[in-house]
Design a protein around this ligand. Sequence first.
Ligand code: ATP
Length: 458
Amino acid sequence: AADKIDTIVSLSKRRGFVYPCSEIYGGQKAAWDYGPLGVELKENIKRQWWRYMVTAREDVVGIDSSVILATEVWEASGHVATFTDPLTECTSCHKRYRADHLEEAYEEKHGRLPENGFADLNCPNCGNKGTFTEPKQFSGLLSTHLGPTQDTGSVAYLRPETAQGIFTNFGQVQQTSRKKPPFGIGQMGKSFRNEITPGNFIFRTREFEQMEMEFFVKPGEDEQWQEYWMEQRWNWYTGLGLREENMRWFEHPKEKLSHYSKRTADIEYRFSFGGSEWGELEGVANRTDYDLNAHSKASGANLTYLDQETGERYTPYVIEPAAGVGRAMLAFLLDAYNEDEAPNAKGVMEKRTVLRLDPRLAPVKVAVLPLSRNPQLSPKAKGLAADLRQNWNIEFDDAGAIGRRYRRQDEIGTPFCVTVDFDTLDDNAVTVRERDTMKQERVSLDQIQGYLGSRLLG
Ligand code: ATP
């Protein structure tokens, strides 16, 4: 439900996942900063993606290209001419919208497109009907000026996707890594789009992070590789805990495909924003040989591949799984959010909030909690925290009742709480409490690293 998003937004702010950007100046609209827990969660998501898509595979390598590429890149790729969104404005309340989003929302609600086009649509802001202007194309590219003068010669674009840095480096990466198609090049990093209607928390922002992989294949093998990557990407999300009931595929209709695409299928997640239930999490596109051809033609570089064995020369086709870090984080948070009950100090059941995040994603892996603030327990617990910190992100907390401290860790998804109590001083063992089951187990201190290691995985 829509109020779950609000709950996540306020939890994020209160616990230090995500803050409004530049808030001391009143805030920068639709921009967000990641706090101490947010940066850990985000980096864990990226680490898992990089492992799964790049380092755990023999056939994929990574790069990190510039954010600002030669302007010719964006001219050749078609972005300068066609990376546009249709903008419409309500003549009554002057709110601006992306025309395609208005149509999609109508279709989701009524199961069909509006019969009379825009004349049938009500403005979501003021409610008036048929008050929209004819949609005009609006460039999604953010530009800047390089050098000391602001003449037109120095205009440069901030990349709207990381993919083009991969295409321009295709030849060099192929040669230096000695890979043969089918092989891929992955990249993660910031992208920028001049979105008309940023919003819905971190779902749509003008500055965001992408995780993209371009997989180069022999023409004719592209369709089966797209199926393969669609399956892989679905499994990546479910493997890290997203529930399938909150996911679905959306197949882009042929007439609405991007200028480079032969087929695009999106993984959608049930974000449940007010107004629309489903939102794109990631797209898996068949970009054909469009980009390599365009850059070969415009730059004169030879971006073909010569198969030494058959003597055949071809321009590879490209399958691209393109994901957003922020959207993945929001989906993982929404899916993990849970309210259940736990006994308080008197044994009475009380509501507890728990983030059931996969341990690989959890921002804090273990909390070390001395039973009470005490000259014997505290140093022992601090020493244990320092040891564990060599391997994982650890929190140490000795303030307040133990039950309250458990609740604080549950709320941020910490998989394990380790309690140091008076028995520890005798038996050299600690109590480990697991987040989801709340089961407690006594583990000896000389085995604690191995115990946690096998349960925290990567
Ligand atoms: P949308 O239709 O929602 O604008 P898109 O189809 O333009 O998205 P792609 O070009 O396929 O998006 O980009 C790949 C991924 O990058 C998206 O699935 C999404 O996760 C992420 N992404 C794209 N635009 C944004 C944005 N403005 N803010 C946050 N993430 C984004």
